[in-house]
Design a binder for this molecule. Structure first.
Ligand SMILES: CC(C)(COP(=O)(O)OP(=O)(O)OC[C@H]1O[C@@H](n2cnc3c(N)ncnc32)[C@H](O)[C@@H]1OP(=O)(O)O)[C@@H](O)C(=O)NCCC(=O)NCCS
Length: 342
């Protein structure tokens, strides 16, 4: 077995950071081929800029100054303090030599030291006819005693291939069901008068979204937390496009959706939360929100081509809306989870 040490990634250690980023790139090319390409800034930025909702740790398995594998830990501090989420990867040329096992052991030790009882990770899984993603992560997780706790599906919308005439028809018929609601779209910070309503709906994501057996519990999301998230996006140079529908009579925020564009990304962006308040469901608000934001992203970034999204495979309503506005299945991505004995 190769000798290596597991060390924290010091953002000021240029050679270490370069080697660490190169392993992310190699893993991405090998294991997530045909999915959203990794933006360098997406990996790098959390090293130096993070929100108040969690502590973030970045570790590297290093041999003679060369990074063999990486481990990222997200340790929630505002809620879900029983949980630790992680991501780990080993350079394709360095696999089956115990590096992944050592990083996993390190993660579990850190989790225990932080008093966490559940650890979980999102792992790509190939589907027939989909992108050639690798099955290595899923095999490894099962071998290590992790349970598949949530089955998710990754879809992409190719904005060039969208049938605009069909979308126009969908848009018009959706508005026929949405009398009494108004649409507000904006980039960047949330308007003050919408902040509490937006926070309320983001909190509901934790309880309304199908979660399978994933041990994600209710979250505390208030206006302050939303503003902190917006600060982080601004500092990372992300474009944050939001669409909100408001119930005109009551003034309540009835639904929202968001798209995030990494700094410098012109071709790929990612869908964030989408939710309609249960009090206002059945008015085609989900469809209106998705179409509005899809159009907004092209206005802000005319060269934008692909919007990526992930949903629980059981989330049939959201998936039906996504398919209707042009999303197509690319692969699966499952949550693998383990309960640590105390
Ligand atoms: C998953 C991953 C981190 C494993 O790294 P690794 O350094 O090869 O892991 P190890 O050498 O410690 O493997 C330990 C054991 O896990 C099992 N295992 C690892 N990869 C496997 C695979 N592709 N198929 C079947 N079993 C596998 C084996 O039993 C292996 O022991 P063995 O080599 O003696 O048979 C690596 O394949 C990877 O980076 N994948 C892409 C990222 C990813 O999916 N991460 C999610 C991790 S939960």
């Amino acid at each position: 077995m190769t000798h290596f040490d597991i060390i924290p990634v010091d953002p000021n250690d240029h050679a270490l950071v370069q080697s660490w980023l190169a392993v992310h790139e190699a893993v991405d090319a090998h294991d997530r081929s045909g999915t959203r390409p990794l933006a360098f800034v997406h990996t790098w930025a959390p090293l130096v800029i993070g929100g108040n909702d969690a502590r973030r740790e970045r570790w590297a398995a290093v041999c003679d100054g060369r990074v063999l594998g990486y481990l990222a830990l997200t340790v929630p501090v505002l809620d879900n303090t029983h949980l630790l989420n992680f991501d780990l990867g080993v350079h394709p040329d360095e696999r089956r030599r115990g590096v992944g096992s050592a990083l996993l052991r390190h993660m579990e030790e850190r989790a225990a030291a932080e008093g966490r009882t559940t650890v979980s990770s999102w792992v790509p899984v190939p589907v027939e006819g989909g992108a050639p993603v690798s099955a290595d992560g899923g095999h490894f997780a099962v071998h290590k005693g992790y349970q598949r706790s949530l089955e998710g599906a990754v879809r992409a919308c190719d904005l060039d291939a969208v049938d605009e005439a069909a979308i126009d028809r969908l848009w018009k018929s959706a508005w026929e069901r949405a009398e009494g609601f108004e649409l507000i779209t904006f980039a960047g910070g949330s308007p003050a008068e919408l902040l509490d309503g937006i926070a309320y709906l983001h909190a509901r994501m934790y309880t309304d979204m199908p979660l399978g057996d994933w041990d994600l519990q209710e979250a505390v999301v208030d206006g302050e937390r939303i503003l902190d998230g917006e600060r982080v996006r601004r500092q990372r140079g992300e474009l944050h496009l939001q669409a909100v529908v408001r119930h005109k009579e009551s003034g309540r925020v009835a639904g929202l959706t968001e798209i995030i564009v990494d700094a410098g990304s012109e071709e790929h962006c990612v869908q964030g939360d989408t939710i309609v308040d249960p009090d206002f469901r059945g008015h085609r608000l989900g469809t209106i929100l998705k179409i509005a934001n899809q159009r907004a992203v092209r206005e802000w970034r005319p060269k934008m081509r692909y919007v990526w999204t992930g949903n629980a495979t059981s989330n049939s309503h959201m998936i039906a809306i996504n398919e209707s506005v042009g999303y197509r299945l690319v692969c699966h991505e499952n949550v693998f989870q383990k309960k640590l004995s105390q």
